[in-house]
Ligand binder design. Sequence first.
Ligand code: 6PG
Length: 241
Amino acid sequence: MKKIIEVLPDGAALTVRSLDLILDKLHSAIQERGAFTIALSGGSTPKPLYEAIARQNLPWDKIHVFWGDERYVPSDHPDSNFRMAGEAWLNQVNLPASNIHPMPTEQADPATSAHLYEQELQDFFKTAPGEFPAFDLILLGMGDDGHTASLFPHTDALQVCDRLITVGNKDGQPRITFTVPLINQARCVLFVVAGANKRPALAQIFAPTGDDLAYPSRLIQPQAELWWLLDQPAGQDLHSL
Ligand code: 6PG
């Protein structure tokens, strides 16, 4: 595994650097395989990045957008990661509707939605049950408790190793999430983290030893590339790494 950590001076620089990296992976994937598959993170940090992507002139028909996790709310709910990415990026460009793969959240049972999305991934990547497809890039954020995607501390989702998609749990609220092994299969995993409130968790995550179940981002160790792009307030203690 190739692991790169970069600390950028501010949010604007973090957005520019993140965009550069994504565009580099996008053009390489399209050149090598004719398409680019990306899984998006939610929350607030990636919104400026999605707005920056929307301003690019890209071969949208070759780009396939998935989500690494989703809150279990309707797609038009203010908390929906799908809605945020649509408003910031996807509604602004000519990306074919068939290239946009939101996590279903309308099923009564979240487990049914998890199974449906797993089936959608298997159909898209033409993988067999139990086989983990390799996304070109999985974009991740990190909470101040060290969670990523919807893999929260000390939850059952952290232990799921035989599925692509599972049901996460935040304070009793269901989420749909990629599993650790699916994330670790990616060609490139990119964490984009901002804010001083993330510093304590980052110290735990970058410590040589620690409690993986307490800080789930420690579990993200892809076979290929792992990038951490941090703004100064989040990453100022990590320069020495
Ligand atoms: C979500 C995300 C989650 C997010 C972190 C950081 O659905 O909320 O996927 O993993 O990346 O909670 O969120 P912020 O960027 O808002 O700090």
